[in-house]
Design a protein around this ligand. Structure first.
Ligand SMILES: [Zn+2]
Ligand SMILES: [Zn+2]
Length: 376
């Protein structure tokens, strides 16, 4: 196989092979045909290495109806601007393959961006990169941009929310149409957005509410303590979302199972059905009318071969219209559960140990507080 790189930095391919983000070689042919006979926009966070237009081809190859990608390296502040030819190619491929950039594409913001950072220099650096990413979306005609709400880094939490909202307002004023989609978080330490109240408070402070939305990550929700494993519990969670934030703000879903137990605050994505959440949630999602038409994006583990996402999209499509007691569904639930059993047991052990330490620490502080009370 021969591979060469052209002047625009875009990998060209020979002998029908192409290069992905990790330098993997793949067959160029479509492996999973897109299914647009239903209204769900199941997709995945695909690679955009070698040129952002490759994201479209990678999405197409796995049969995705929506997709996410990084606008620039998620771990490096600076990135060259897109060559004009690449922007044109991106738009042309979207049109050719019928991806509407306004509704079907949800780029993911850089991980380092923290608009709630209490240190002014770091806040400014984050803001600069944030606006740059929003402008890249608008350059591509992309209508939504997903980002992590950041962290208070141990400082006053409320003040951080105010800072985040101020930066969102400023960024909206500097751009013209892209919607800023806040992702809910798994909730470690000073992380913003592990509670629905955090997101409600930030949106309340946003002036132009047409330009703000929310992406629910199923793994993050579960890790943050929302049990969403049954129909009743999912309904309860979505009701809380509607009551606190408002149904109209729900713009997208990140679809992941969780390697760690509920309330463990660990952001560990797992393949659908293999984690603690289980296949039932994904069946419920594939039958939820309100989730039709919005990007439902897989960020499940991928080891060198992104056809796992093609298979998961086909799995999700097979769940449309399936009843809970359907024999095939019951069989598949057991199959995927078994595949993840060992990992779940390992994480359960870690979780229990942590809980024990916490309980001991809690008991100690309790004794100390009782003693100090007695002394008083
Ligand atoms: Zn994310
Ligand atoms: Zn995550």
């Amino acid at each position: 196989m021969v591979v060469k790189m052209n002047v625009g930095g875009v990998y060209t391919l020979l002998a029908g092979m192409c290069i992905t983000s990790c330098g993997l070689v793949k067959k160029e042919t479509v492996q999973f045909a897109r299914n647009t006979s239903h209204n769900f926009k199941f997709g995945a966070h695909v690679a955009a290495a070698g040129g952002i237009s490759n994201a479209i081809l990678n999405a197409l190859r796995i049969g995705a109806n929506s997709f996410a990608f990084f606008l620039k390296s998620p771990r490096k502040w600076d990135a060259p601007q897109y060559p004009d030819a690449e922007v044109a190619k991106f738009k042309a491929l979207c049109a050719e393959h019928k991806y509407d950039p306004m509704t079907d594409i949800l780029p993911h913001g850089q991980y380092m961006i923290n608009l709630g950072n209490p240190e002014p220099e770091k806040e400014a650096k984050s803001y600069e990169s944030f606006v740059d990413e929003l402008k890249r979306c608008e350059q591509l005609g992309v209508g939504m941009y997903n980002f992590h709400p950041g962290s208070s880094v141990g400082s006053d939490h409320k003040e951080s929310l105010v800072r985040l909202a101020k930066n969102i307002n400023n960024a909206i004023a500097e751009t013209s149409f892209v919607k800023l989609v806040i992702e809910n978080m798994a909730g470690q330490g000073s992380i913003i957005g592990a509670t629905l109240e955090d997101i409600r408070d930030v949106i309340e402070m946003v002036d132009n509410k047409e330009r703000v939305g929310v992406c629910i990550d199923t793994c993050h929700s579960y890790a943050a303590g929302f049990d969403i494993t049954t129909e009743e519990k999912l309904a309860e969670f979505l009701q809380s979302f509607d009551d606190l934030i408002g149904a109209k703000y729900l713009c997208a879903i990140h679809l992941n199972d969780s390697k760690a137990p509920c309330g463990g605050n660990r952001d560990l994505h797992q393949s659908l059905g293999q984690g603690f959440i289980g296949l039932e949630l994904f069946r419920l999602i594939a039958n939820s009318k309100r989730l039709e038409g919005i990007p439902i994006v897989l960020e499940t583990p991928m080891d060198k071969d992104d056809s796992v996402w093609g298979e998961e999209i086909k799995l999700l499509e097979s769940l449309i219209g399936k009843q809970k007691d359907d024999a095939e569904f019951v069989e598949r639930t057991a199959h995927f559960s078994k595949l993840g059993q060992k990992e779940r047991e390992e994480h359960m052990k870690k979780f229990s140990k942590k809980q024990e330490v916490k309980a001991k620490r809690g008991a100690k502080t309790d004794i100390i507080s009782q003693l100090t009370k007695k002394r008083k």
